[in-house]
Design a protein around this ligand. Structure first.
Ligand code: NAP
Length: 574
C-alpha cells in the first residue's frame, strides 16, 4: 500500500544489474514484501543512516530515510556553535570506502572544524547520491509492530503513515538536547542560544556569526561543548561568565594545520590508518600500553604523561596504562598529573581549584579536548561562577540571578548537553509485540542483544545505540563496522527469505549482564555523573545504569563475528 506516490519506490524498480542477488532471490523477497511501502525505513540521516541507506540500496532493497532536521550530517549539521571542531583526527573520521573522495579531499587541520566536516559529509552524500531517498524536516512520531504482517507501521509528524518490513534507528547518541528549566527563562530580554540549535549560516556549512564584541555573555555548562564555546567566545566578549556546575578534566588538543606534504602521505596511508583504528580499543589510532603502570618508576610515568600531554589528540586519555581505568592507585597517577597542569596553567589558585574535578578521576568521563581553555581564566574579561556554591535561582529580564549575585547579561548560551544515547529513541512512541512500549521494555535500563535488537521488537535494529560497540568509540570507525555487519545479516535475510528477526530473551539477558560485568571491572562505575549513565527504575530499584558498552572495539567485533559464524546465534529468525 502506497500512501503517497512520491514515497513509493518498489523493490521491483531496482536496477537488477546493480543487485548483489539473483532475480530469483529478489523475486522471492519481493513477493513476501508486497504489502509494504518499503523494505526498510531508516530513522536518521547522520553518518550511520546515510551509510546504511547506501548499503541497503546496494542489496537491492527499497529504502526510505526519515530525518528530523533539514540536511544530512546529524551532529555535524546541527552543532554549529562557535569553536565547534573534532577531537578525533580528521582523516580517521571519514567514510573509509569512498576512495575517490578521500583522494580528492584535503583535510585542512589535524582536527577539522565543524564547517569543514559538514562540507566533507555533504560531498559524501552527493557521492553516494543519498539525498533523493531522504525525507527531511520530518519526525517519526510513532512506530508500531504489526504481528500479522511482521512489519512496522510508522507514523510521521506530517500525518503520513508508512509501512516497512524492517526499521533501522540511526538516531545518533547525542541528538536530543537538554535544556534546563529555570524559573523566568522566557523573561530574559537578551539573545539566547543552545549549542545544538545554533543558527545556520545559510551561505555555508557553518554557524551564523554572532558578534560578541563588547557584550556580556553567560555560558552555562562546561562539558566538551561548553569548553569549546568558552575558549572561542572569550576572544571577543566584553565580559564572559562561565556558569560551572561540575568541572571536567580537560587536556590539550594540540591542533595544527596539515601541510600539503603530510596530506599526500595520509592519502597513501589511508588503508593502514583505518586498519590501525580497527585494531584499537577505542577506534582511534592511539591505544593503551599493555604494561601495568605498577612496573614503572615515578620518573618514567611523568615523562610518558608529559610527552602525551604535548601530543595531538587522545593519547593522553587512551594512549597509556590500561590499568588507569581499573586500578584507583594508577588512576591517581594520571589524575594528579593533570591536576598539576591545571594549577600551572591557571594563575589564580582559587580558580584553579574550582576547575579541578574532585568527584572523579581523570578519563572516567568523556575528556573534553581544549585549545587554551585554562588560560582563558587568566583573562580579565572572564569570570568562573561556581554553581555548586552559588546555584542559579532564576532568569530575569536582565540576566541570571544566582543565590548570591545577579549577573546582567546580553547573551546566554546553553551548553547543557543531551539526553544521551537513549534520548533519540525516547522521542518516539515505539511499540513491539502485544503493544509493549520500548519505555516499558527498558524500565530498568537498556535491555538488548548486542545493543542491536530488543526482545519483543522484531525487525527493529538500533544502530550506534545503547549497549552496542559503536557508541563508546571513535564513532565513524565503529559505526561503519556496525553497518557492515548488519548489512551482512541483511544479505542473509534476503537470500533466505527471512521475514522476522528478533533477539532471543536469554541472549539479551546474557549480553546485558556482560555489559555490566565488563563495566564493573573498571572505575567507570565511580563516575556516574556523566552521559555514559542514566537513571532508571522505580522505588528501591531506581539507580544509574550504564548506557555504553566499554568492552572495546576489537572485543565487540570478535563477538559479533562469532555470532555470525554460528548462524546468527541469539537471533530468532523465521
Ligand atoms: P555534557 O558533557 O553532558 O555537558 C553538559 C554540561 O552542562 C555539564 O557541564 C553539565 O553540568 C551542564 N549542565 C547541564 N544541565 C545544567 C543545568 N541545569 N545547570 C547548569 N549546568 C548544567 O554535554 P556536551 O558538553 O554537549 O558534550 C556532550 C558530548 O558531545 C561530549 O562528551 C562529546 O562526546 C560530544 N562532543 C564532541 C565534541 C568533539 O568531538 N569535538 C565537541 C563537543 C561535544 P554537570 O556536569 O554538573 O551535569
Amino acid at each position: 500500500m502506497c500512501v503517497e506516490k512520491s514515497a513509493c519506490i518498489s523493490i521491483l524498480s531496482f536496477v537488477p544489474g546493480k543487485s548483489l542477488f539473483s532475480l530469483r532471490e529478489m523475486d522471492d523477497f519481493v513477493t513476501s514484501h508486497s504489502s509494504f511501502d518499503y523494505d526498510v525505513i531508516i530513522i536518521g540521516a547522520g553518518l550511520t543512516g546515510m551509510y546504511a541507506l547506501y548499503r541497503l540500496r546496494e542489496l537491492g532493497l527499497s529504502v526510505h530515510v526519515i530525518e528530523k532536521n533539514g540536511d544530512v550530517g546529524g551532529t555535524w549539521n546541527m552543532n554549529r556553535y562557535p569553536g565547534c571542531k573534532l577531537d578525533s583526527e580528521s582523516y580517521t573520521y571519514a567514510y573509509s570506502f569512498l576512495d575517490d573522495l578521500l583522494q580528492q579531499w584535503n583535510w585542512k587541520r589535524e582536527f577539522a572544524s565543524q564547517p569543514e566536516l559538514m562540507e566533507f559529509f555533504s560531498l559524501a552524500a552527493d557521492t553516494m547520491d543519498v539525498r533523493k531517498d531522504i525525507l527531511f524536516n520530518t519526525k517519526v512520531v510513532k512506530a508500531i509492530f504489526d504481528e500479522q504482517d511482521n512489519g512496522w507501521t510508522v507514523e510521521l509528524d506530517n500525518a503520513e503513515v508508512l509501512r516497512s518490513r524492517f526499521l533501522l534507528t540511526c538516531v545518533g547518541a547525542l541528538s536530543t538536547p537538554n535544556m534546563p528549566k529555570y524559573p523566568g527563562m522566557d523573561m530574559f530580554r537578551g539573545e539566547t542560544y543552545h549549542s545544538y540549535y545554533w543558527p545556520h549560516d545559510r551561505n555555508g556549512y557553518g554557524g551564523k556569526r554572532v558578534d560578541f564584541r563588547g557584550k556580556r555573555v553567560g555560558v552555562i555548562g562546561t562539558g566538551a561543548t561548553g569548553v569549546q564555546i568558552v575558549t572561542e567566545v572569550a576572544k571577543t566578549a566584553g565580559e564572559l561568565y562561565v556558569f560551572q556546575r561540575h568541572p571536567n578534566w580537560c587536556a590539550p588538543l594540540c591542533d595544527k594545520p596539515i601541510s600539503a606534504e603530510r596530506m599526500a602521505g595520509i592519502k597513501q596511508r589511508y588503508k593502514e590508518i583505518f586498519a590501525q583504528c580497527e585494531s584499537t580499543t577505542s577506534g582511534f589510532q592511539h591505544d593503551f600500553l599493555h604494561t601495568s603502570a605498577e612496573g614503572s618508576t615515578a620518573e618514567e610515568r611523568e615523562a610518558l604523561f608529559e610527552e602525551l600531554y604535548g601530543q595531538s589528540g587522545y593519547g593522553i586519555w587512551v594512549g597509556h596504562y590500561a590499568d588507569a581505568f581499573t586500578d584507583p592507585k594508577v588512576n591517581g597517577y594520571i589524575t594528579d598529573f593533570i591536576a598539576s597542569k591545571i594549577r600551572q596553567r591557571v594563575k589564580d589558585p582559587a580558580v584553579a581549584e574550582k576547575l579541578i574535578p574532585k568527584d572523579h578521576g581523570f578519563g572516567l568521563k568523556r575528556v573534553p579536548m581544549e585549545s587554551g581553555y585554562y588560560e582563558v581564566y587568566n583573562q580579565d574579561n572572564v569570570t568562573l561562577v561556581d554553581l555548586m556554591e552559588n546555584p542559579i535561582e532564576e532568569l530575569t529580564p536582565e540576566g541570571i540571578r544566582t543565590r548570591n549575585i545577579a549577573y546582567d547579561l546580553d547573551v546566554i548560551i546553553y551548553a547543557t548537553g543531551f539526553d544521551a544515547i537513549i534520548g533519540g529513541l525516547k522521542e518516539m512512541d515505539i511499540r513491539g509485540v502485544g503493544g509493549k512500549t520500548l519505555k516499558e521494555a527498558w524500565e530498568n535500563g537498556p535491555f538488548t542483544y548486542l545493543g542491536l535488537q530488543v526482545p519483543d521488537f522484531p525487525n527493529l535494529f538500533t544502530l550506534v545505540a545503547a549497549h552496542n560497540g559503536a557508541t563508546f568509540c571513535n564513532i565513524p570507525r565503529c559505526s561503519e563496522a556496525q553497518v557492515n555487519w548488519v548489512m551482512d545479516m541483511f544479505g542473509h535475510i534476503v537470500k533466505t527469505g527471512i521475514e522476522r528477526v528478533e533477539a532471543d530473551e536469554r541472549a539479551a539477558e546474557q549480553w546485558t549482564q556482560h555489559v555490566y560485568d565488563v563495566a564493573n571491572e573498571t572505575l567507570l562505575t565511580t563516575a556516574k555523573n556523566s552521559w555514559f549513565w542514566s537513571e532508571f527504575g522505580k522505588g528501591t530499584q531506581r539507580g544509574h545504569r550504564l548506557l555504553v558498552y566499554n568492552g572495546g572495539n576489537p572485543a565487540y567485533r570478535t563477538r559479533v563475528s562469532e555470532v555470525e559464524a554460528n548462524g546468527y546465534e541469539g537471533f530468532l529468525m523465521r
